[in-house]
Ligand binder design. Structure first.
Ligand code: 6PG
Length: 237
């Protein structure tokens, strides 16, 4: 699709082929980061889409002990919950070759994200920013990370000048309170990816690209239109 946005499409007819090719590409970038700087920092999304990709990535041979893995966003639930993104990452990504990677959770044992924020920020302060790789997902409502339509702190989270690293978020479309890296924090990355699957999400993404109708208000549009970092889009049906 011709447009003036800084986007590159990688479309696959088979989702397993996508997972494999995507994992090989990300592994290559983690290796390059380790070669250049002695360490690598990656932020991944939760949800259901990345499972095959995580499985493939976990089998890639690289110096995983030098890799820090963070989440783009987290549901405010303990790891014992099926809804926990940390639980997903531990069970699907930090396996096989990747068991020795360092994981930095966005959840702290506190009743609300606001109450947990100091602990989370202290943990993140030790990370070797910028990110080498950030991988976003997208919901059918056009949200990405925890940038939900109608989110109570959406404008702050998307504000490129906010100076905020992480933001608590509540929204009707999110089952529980969330915590999310802000958009400016996620754009502090050497490589930015959007991984989506299915025709319905492709249609939502196309609307967001065009900015017409509902597409103008989808939060993902803030990622697609930002001028700082090119976005590589991985899609399969
Ligand atoms: C989360 C995510 C979120 C996710 C989308 C897509 O915690 O839910 O990080 O931003 O990427 O909701 O989720 P699915 O892959 O489940 O459709």
């Amino acid at each position: 699709m011709p447009d003036t946005l800084n986007l590159t499409d990688h479309s696959f007819t088979d989702c397993h082929a996508l997972a494999k090719a995507f994992a090989e590409r990300i592994a290559g970038q983690l290796r390059e980061a380790i070669d250049a700087r002695g360490q690598a920092l990656i932020a991944v999304s939760g949800g259901s889409t990345p499972k095959h990709f995580f499985e493939q990535l976990s089998r890639q041979k690289l110096d995983w002990a030098k890799v820090s893995v963070a989440l783009v966003d987290e549901r405010w639930v303990p790891e014992s919950s099926e809804r926990s993104n940390a639980r997903l990452v531990k069970s699907m990504l930090l396996q096989h070759e990747a068991t020795v990677a360092q994981f930095i959770p966005l959840y702290a044992n506190a009743p609300t994200p606001e109450a947990g924020l100091p602990a989370v920020k202290a943990r993140l302060a030790a990370l070797p920013f910028p990110f080498d790789v950030v991988i976003l997902g997208m919901g059918g409502d056009g949200h990405t990370a925890s940038f939900f339509p109608g989110g109570d702190r959406l404008s702050e989270a998307l504000d490129l000048n906010s100076g905020l690293l992480v933001v608590p978020m509540r929204a009707k479309g999110a089952e529980e309170p969330r915590i999310t890296f802000s958009l400016p924090a996620l754009l502090q990355t050497r490589a930015l990816y959007l991984h989506i699957e299915g025709d319905a999400k492709r249609d939502v993404l196309n609307e967001a690209r065009l900015g017409t109708g509902k597409g103008a208000d989808y939060p993902i549009r803030a990622v697609l239109t930002q001028p700082q970092v090119p976005v590589s889009i991985y899609w399969c049906p």
